[in-house]
Design a protein around this ligand. Structure first.
Ligand SMILES: Cc1ncc(COP(=O)(O)O)c(C=O)c1O
Ligand SMILES: N[C@@H](CCOP(=O)(O)O)C(=O)O
Length: 465
């Protein structure tokens, strides 16, 4: 499979190249040249397969030319062997036709592990036999950071620099990042919000001199491999609830539009998806864009769902590209307009294309708390606040005979205070996270300026050989 940039001018790459590059050189995001499809028979045949087998089948067309089927299967066995549940992403029934798709059974208790456990192995595989040293730069509102650090800590040939907004991640999230002692892990708290951290990361990629000195790569969902791995659980869950004979719906708590874009990819590949509910908190740029066509960024409001406190959603660009006829030149102009104005309008084609599958929903703090209480009292499920946002949104879009799956993106113990406030129940941390509160923290705090952050990275990164 070849990968093209959404902005049309970066070199076309194979899967290995796109994985190592992260962001395209023209500032765009890599997407497959075309969407592979699975026939109904191929989808039906997934019903008897394990998670790792499903992953190898669904991802095979995307990695063709860079990995053999046997290599991919071995990587999936290793990546998904580290999960605490044998089903990797189990379904839990909430109601007659409502389900939770639990994505938090990986090492760091969030859905990010599903993709990042694999991505760590892919980096290692693609660096083997080269003398390259990878400098990973990433931004996190909490969960990507810990999952990425777990995936690459201690790996040879890689350093990771992870930016998080100071004081705006939960204590568990922060400690999961800052207590990792491996010397290749560099935590940076910035005095700013997540959007600023994400913009600083993109600026380092887009600085030709800087990108020329270091072999930069990405672990955020700007890296195509992240999304590819997330497509798998949409298939895995849907076939268990009757696909392809029966259409299914998903509600996804959304920030950077990565997870829900993976659902869109599953639909493009042939999975019968009736609806994708794009659930946001009060930082609702995506809900507004999908309901009114107005994609305009406002001040970020800190909430009890910090991982979704985002007003610039990186992966929306991938959707706009696909729905806008894959015209890289036109998309580049549209995105440059957004970058200058922090606002843009979707074209008619983009709005109408999105309306066929997506529905945007904004959920306020009361709706979130109510959903947590409802899940606890009616189904005995303690859910995290991000999942609660999606559950509240899901309940507005139930349809007869269409199972609705709410993606449970984090373990409730990562956000224990908010869960306890809403439900009176204090979830305990699973033993697999270890002695998080006893370990020493390592992190520098920097002003949210390009000069400060790029100088820090440059001082600690290994230049190209
Ligand atoms: C727990 C949780 N839920 C939801 C999201 C939003 O996912 P995405 O950014 O892929 O839309 C995140 C962050 O990515 C998260 O950490
Ligand atoms: N909520 C995210 C923000 C980064 O998103 P990503 O999916 O692009 O890595 C986080 O947990 O850091």
């Amino acid at each position: 499979m070849r990968y093209v940039s959404t902005r049309g001018t970066a070199p076309t790459l194979d899967f290995a190249g796109a994985t190592l590059a992260g962001l395209a050189a023209d500032g765009g995001l890599y997407v497959p040249e075309s969407w592979p499809t699975l026939s109904d028979e191929q989808i039906a045949a997934l019903a008897g397969k394990s998670y790792a087998e499903t992953a190898a089948t669904v991802m095979a067309p995307f990695v063709a030319g860079s990995l053999s089927e046997d290599e991919l299967r071995a990587l999936c066995d290793t990546a998904y062997g580290r999960f605490a549940h044998d089903a990797v992403t189990p379904l839990v029934q909430l109601d007659h036709d409502q389900w939770l798709l639990e994505l938090f059974h990986g090492p760091t208790l969030a859905f990010k592990d599903v993709a990042l456990q694999l991505l760590g192995l892919l980096f290692e595989r693609f660096l083997t036999g080269t003398t390259e040293h990878l400098t990973i730069i990433g931004a996190t509102s909490g969960d990507t950071g810990s999952a990425a650090i777990d995936a690459v800590a201690g790996r040879a040939g890689i350093d990771i620099f992870m930016l998080h907004p100071e004081g705006r991640v939960s204590e568990v999230q922060r400690r999961q990042m800052t207590t990792v002692g491996a010397p290749n892990v560099h935590n940076i708290a910035i005095r700013g919000d997540f959007d600023t951290a994400q913009a600083l990361v993109k600026a380092m990629f887009n600085d030709a001199a800087f990108a020329g000195r270091f072999r930069l790569s990405a672990v955020n969902s700007i890296n195509w491999a992240r999304l590819m791995a997330q497509v798998v659980y949409y298939f895995y869950a849907a076939v268990r609830l009757g696909a392809p004979a029966r259409a299914v719906a998903f509600s996804v708590p959304t920030g950077n539009f990565g997870d829900v874009f993976a659902g869109y990819v599953a639909a493009r590949m042939g999975l019968p998806v009736a609806k994708l509910v794009v659930a946001t908190n009060v930082n609702d740029i995506l809900a507004r864009a999908l309901t009114t066509g107005d994609y305009s960024s406002r001040e970020v409001v800190p909430t009890a769902t910090p991982s979704m406190d985002i007003q610039v959603s990186s992966n929306f660009e991938r959707l706009l590209y696909d729905l806008g006829g894959r015209d890289g030149g036109a998309l580049a102009t549209q995105m440059r307009g957004f970058e200058a104005e922090r606002a843009m309008r979707l074209s008619n084609a983009q709005r109408e294309g999105a309306a066929g599958l997506f529905v945007g929903e904004r959920v306020d703090p009361d709706g979130m708390a109510l959903a947590m209480r409802h899940a606890c009292e009616r189904a005995g499920q303690v859910i995290d606040p991000h999942t609660a946002i999606a559950l509240a949104a899901a309940r507005r879009h139930l349809a007869p005979d269409v199972p609705m799956m709410t993606l449970a993106t984090a373990h409730p113990a990562k956000f224990g205070d908010a869960v306890e406030r809403a439900t009176g129940v204090r979830p305990s941390l699973p033993a697999r996270v270890g002695d998080l509160f006893e370990r020493e923290e390592r992190c520098v705090t920097l002003d949210a300026t390009y000069a400060a952050v790029s100088a820090h990275v440059a001082a600690h990164a290994v230049p190209r050989g």
